[in-house]
Write a protein that binds this ligand. Structure first.
Ligand code: HEM
Length: 306
């Protein structure tokens, strides 16, 4: 009797492998934006950060100028009512961090850069790492990555109307402009308050979610200095000052987690939450030692995801 012909199993396996590879390749092509050249991809965003000397090899593409540090985070345990992450259990955890300037130019003069930042990595014994990037304004200039990209393009444009057109299309940037004009400058990273601005979901031990933002409040009293006076202190005044200051003793910031009320915007970092929101002091960052920026421990400290 004639039997129906079956394809040998090896052909079936081959077909399966081809399909799996095809799906993988398509996913890569989609992520790279090959199907939709207009879509915003990570590469296009990164390319939009322009340094006057071209791509600054060996430096981050933004916040390119900075200085690395190590220290500890002393958690007081209060954060564990909001999050089950070990970093909020009472204890001391090692920290790797970096003070930095929001510029793509690694040779920028410190007195010329309006936004200052801090990157942190806190490691806990369970093998987790808690990474955060914060900056000193109270809100972000724009609401979304797409708009941030458009802002980078407009600010690099030679068209004298580019920024005017951008501001008309994205009026939320006015609040940031007002902050940039009026907020006092200081002569030290130690006197800055650093804010997460983005919102994050904490999950407590019962599984309940809490939308939060956080800030690091400096123990040092801010002393206002005019940009003109800052400029007189030299192009690297901030890293020189912080190196000297930490040599004199450790520096401290209190970490405060702010909890959203229902309805507060959690997907728009250009909108600050009202001042009266519940705030929980969860611990103290102690900066103990300044580390070499070049070839130091921050070299492998990769950007947290936003
Ligand atoms: C769409 C919005 C954003 C884009 C496209 C963006 C892009 C970048 C890029 C490309 C880097 C360099 C990363 C590296 O080379 O390792 C960087 C670093 C950094 N960003 Fe952003 N960023 C955004 C939003 C933010 C926000 C909301 C904050 C804080 C509130 C922030 C704070 C920082 C800090 C502190 C660093 C330096 C981190 C370090 O020292 O390692 N960024 N960002």
């Amino acid at each position: 009797m004639l039997q129906p012909r079956r394809s040998p199993p090896v052909l079936g396996s081959l077909a399966l492998i081809i399909v799996v590879i095809g799906i993988g390749a398509a996913a890569f092509a989609y992520t790279a934006g090959w199907f939709s050249p207009q879509r915003l991809t990570p590469d296009r965003v990164v390319d939009a950060f322009k340094s006057p000397t071209g791509a600054p090899l060996g430096h981050r593409r933004n916040h390119a100028k900075g200085i690395c540090f190590t220290g500890i985070f002393e958690s007081n345990g209060a954060g564990s009512t909001l999050s089950q992450a070990q970093v909020f259990s009472r204890g001391e955890y090692p920290v790797l961090g970096r003070f930095n300037l929001a510029t793509a130019d690694p040779n920028a003069s410190d007195a010329m850069v309006r936004v200052r930042g801090m990157g942190l990595r806190i490691s806990t014994p369970d093998g987790q790492e808690w990474r955060t990037a914060m900056i000193d304004p109270p809100f972000f200039p724009v609401s979304t990555p797409q708009t941030f990209y458009e802002l980078l393009i407009a600010s690099a444009s030679k068209d004298p109307n580019a920024m005017k057109m951008f501001s008309a299309a994205h009026p939320e940037i006015a609040a940031f402009g007002a902050w940039a004009k009026s907020a006092p400058w200081t002569g030290s990273y130690a006197e800055e308050r650093f804010n997460s601005l983005n919102s994050f979901m904490f999950v407590d031990s019962s599984g309940a979610e809490h939308a939060v933002r956080w800030s690091l409040l400096p123990a040092a009293q801010p002393v206002p200095v005019s940009p003109a006076d800052l400029a007189k202190r030299g192009p690297d005044l901030l890293e020189q000052e912080i190196t000297e200051r930490v040599r004199g003793g450790p520096l401290r910031w209190t970490m405060v987690v702010t909890v959203a009320n229902p309805g507060d915007p959690t997907a728009d970092p250009s909108k600050a939450w009202p001042e009266d929101r519940r705030a929980v002091g969860v611990g103290t960052l102690i900066v103990q030692q300044i580390q070499a920026e070049r070839d130091g421990p921050c070299l492998l400290f990769v950007q947290p995801s936003f």
